[in-house]
Every structure is written in C-alpha cells, then in structure tokens.
Design a protein around this ligand. Structure first.
Ligand SMILES: [Zn+2]
Length: 258
C-alpha cells in the first residue's frame, strides 16, 4: 500500500529528519505546503530535487499578517512559479492565534484569504485551507462567493452543520493521525463521505496517544487508515484505494511531470 501525505511541512523538518522522510520507499507523493515566501522557495527547491515532492504555495494564517509589500512579493513570486505548484496553500484564518489574543483584528486575514481564493480560481488550482470551527464558515462564504469548489480543508474540526455544508459543496478534508485517539475527529470521519477524504500528517507537528515522542512521519498514515476502516466498517484496503485515488485526482498527480 503506497502512501500519499496530502499535507506536510517538509521544509520545517531538520535536514536530517527530512532525509529520513524523503527516503521512505512507501511514499509516492508529498504535498508540501508552505508557510510564507521563504518557505515557498525552499519547497520549490525540494521539488526540483525530488519529483515526488509536490509543492503548494501560500501564507500560513497562524502568524502575524504580512505587510502589503510582502504580500505583493509573495503573489508576484507565485505568478512566476505557477507552473511548479500543485495548489495554493497553506492559507486560511488565524483561529488558534485568536484564542490566545481575542482582540486580534481578523479583517486583514479575510481579505488575504480572498486574494488567495481568487488566485486559485484564476489559475484553476486547488486550495489548501486552514480554517477550523467558525472560521470554516467564513471560508465557505468566500469559496461560495467566487464559485470555487476545489477546496481541501486540512485537519478540519467543526460543528455538524458546517460539516454538512462542506459535504454539500463537494469540498474535501484530510485526516491526521489524531483520528486514532480524538473522538471529535472520529465523529467527523464517520460523517464525511470516504471519497472526499485524504490522509495527512501535517508533520513535523507532534501527535499524542500512540505517537507520543515519535517524529511525525508519513508511515503514521497507515495507522490512520486502519482506524478509518474501523469507523467506516470496511476493509483497510478499500480505505487505501479510495483515499489514494482521491489525492491523485484532487491534486492532478499523474499529469505528465511525474
Ligand atoms: Zn499545515
């Protein structure tokens, strides 16, 4: 069972850790999401050296909003490198930052997200979203406004009404290894159609439960598959087949260059 990690921060691992991860023969593709312009450039380089690395370019929302000239520079660079990217991402809204700082002004983040959505639409690229709980509804509003449906809500968490809206809109989600021990994620997985689910690690983000004190790596996706199969009441092979196929189709991974 070959694996696709549909969301990983390859550039933020140490060089030694990254070498281990890129040497896993079990992994066919890594969707390498970016944090900011410097991170985009690193992922671009990693992809040049290893064709299994498929970069997504964007700005991670859980950090201070960039200055206008930084935003302009990022979009200019993305326009110049649009042929090398499989998606726009990671982009979204600063949910966790707002928990720590409830006064945080969110309007600028919403405007930046809309700019990324318009870029994705213009270039017909998928978009990788970090938008959880009530932020998910804001992201849905923007996607609906612009008629964008190729949306991947990575490590999504939220209420049933929002989950239903995302399913109705045809959006995809991805599940991290925390499905093995988080009730909330197990519930989400039980509701979401299997042919709209991908698997990811969000590595190097560390996990708890059986993964405590282990370096997050794509082989953990196997544990997620076993758990997802149990939740869906089907064989692991079927979960592998559907999630693998969906990642390939969603990111257009067999389109020539690979
Ligand atoms: Zn991420």
């Amino acid at each position: 069972m070959q694996l696709i990690d549909s969301h990983i921060h390859l550039d933020t691992y140490s060089e030694e850790q990254r070498r281990i991860i890129l040497n896993l023969p079990e992994v066919d593709y890594y969707i390498a999401v970016s944090m900011d312009l410097a991170s985009c450039k690193t992922n671009h380089q990693l992809a040049l050296h290893d064709p299994r690395v498929k970069p997504a370019y964007g700005f991670h929302p859980e950090q201070e909003l960039p200055k206008q000239e930084e935003i302009d520079a990022l979009f200019r660079w993305m326009e110049q490198h649009v042929d090398t990217m499989v998606a726009v991402g990671e982009v979204g809204l600063p949910y966790y930052k707002r928990q720590e700082n409830p006064g945080l002004e969110v309007q600028g983040y919403i405007e930046l997200l809309e700019k990324f959505i318009l870029f994705a639409k213009k270039h017909n690229k998928p978009i990788v979203l970090h938008a959880v709980y009530e932020d998910g509804a804001i992201a849905c509003d923007l996607l609906e406004k612009h008629g964008v449906t190729k949306a991947h809500f990575h490590w999504f968490k939220g209420e049933d009404v929002l989950i239903k809206r995302m399913i109705d809109n045809g959006y995809s989600i991805s599940i991290t290894p925390d499905i093995c021990y988080e009730k909330e994620i197990q519930h989400l997985a039980s509701l979401y159609p299997l042919d709209r689910i991908m698997l990811e690690t969000d590595g190097p983000w560390p996990f708890e439960g059986p993964f405590r004190n282990r370096m997050t790596n794509p082989l953990m996706i196997r544990d997620s598959m076993y758990k997802l199969a149990k939740i869906k009441g089907i064989e692991t092979e079927k979960v592998w087949e559907k999630t693998f196929r969906h990642s390939i189709l969603f990111y257009g991974l067999y389109n020539g260059e690979s």
